[in-house]
Design a protein around this ligand. Structure first.
Ligand code: NAD
Length: 262
């Protein structure tokens, strides 16, 4: 029931942070994975080859830029060309920028909407015909607690993540009778490079220590006052991807230490 062995998965933005951890979790469980994301080609190849040799499962990389619709569609097709099918799509790539709405750089707004929301649409658009043909498929968007709640100064990110939640529900209704599901995981704070940068910046901006910034500002929203761990996200992803998750559809599932209970 909880098997993903030999499943074929694409995880966007999997050269770092949550995406890399989810990709590794899938490979560990025996899935064949297409990695994607930006970074130094040598470092990416080292990661890819390392995962493949450590777990004895084929791992590929596709360098699609999440700003480029054609490249995104090609990445989805690449998974099918390489492995003959596509069981799981995880639109995960994302960026952040924090600024008051009246000062929010227009280019940053456009990039955040494009990478955090529109790239998921392009990937899903390309994946759905394959999954419908197979009469089985799973789409698991990595949204955020910010897909369910707002915070000040994150207008683009919150708008994009609320958009991902809406996209998730809509696609779920369209694919429901085809053996395909579409859900979103909504993590609270996870200690990735994206968040680590914010600790120092927040401490500096407020004139407080990094410890204070972490506890009283960054993790203030999260009742557990602890970061969400990678394996906790992987566990939910594998559940949703496996046969056990077949009836979970259109859900936006919070893993946030109680943040959105408030
Ligand atoms: P990260 O910065 O560690 O990783 C982001 C990944 O996206 C990288 O692999 C990067 O190369 C890739 N990426 C960025 N722009 C790209 C582009 N144009 N084309 C292709 N790939 C691109 O960040 P993370 O914290 O691991 O975030 C991953 C996802 O999880 C994001 O969608 C983020 O919004 C979401 N999320 C993160 C947290 C958190 O606390 N870290 C919480 C909730 C949701």
């Amino acid at each position: 029931m909880f098997e993903v062995k030999d499943h074929v998965a694409v995880v966007t933005g999997s050269t770092s942070g949550i995406g890399l951890a989810l990709a590794e979790g899938l490979v560990r469980a025996g899935a064949k994975v297409v990695l994607n994301g930006l970074g130094d080609p040598k470092a990416i190849e080292k990661t890819r080859a390392g995962l493949e040799s450590k777990h004895g499962v084929p791992v590929r990389y596709h360098g699609a830029d999440m700003l480029e619709p054609d490249q995104i569609a090609d990445m989805v097709g690449f998974a099918e060309r390489e492995f003959g099918r596509l069981d799981l799509l995880v639109p995960n790539a994302g960026i952040q920028h924090v600024a008051p709405v009246e000062e929010f750089p227009i280019a940053k707004w456009n990039a955040i909407l494009a990478i955090n929301l529109t790239s998921a649409f392009h990937a899903i658009r390309a994946a759905v015909p394959i999954m419908k043909r197979q009469k089985r498929g799973r789409i698991v968007n990595i949204a955020s607690a910010h897909g369910l709640r707002a915070s000040p100064f994150k207008s683009a990110y919150v708008a994009a993540k609320h958009g991902v939640v809406g996209l998730t529900k809509t696609v779920a209704l369209e694919v429901a009778e085809h053996g395909v599901t579409c859900n979103a995981i909504c993590p609270g704070y996870v200690k990735t490079p994206l968040v680590e940068g914010q600790i120092a910046d927040t401490a500096k901006a407020r004139g407080i220590s990094e410890e204070e910034a972490l506890k009283n500002v960054i993790l203030a929203a999260q009742p557990t006052k602890k970061f969400v761990e990678y394996d906790e996200l992987t566990g939910l992803l594998i559940y949703l991807a496996s046969d056990a998750g077949a009836s979970v559809n259109g859900a936006s599932l919070a893993i946030d230490g109680g943040w959105t209970a408030k």
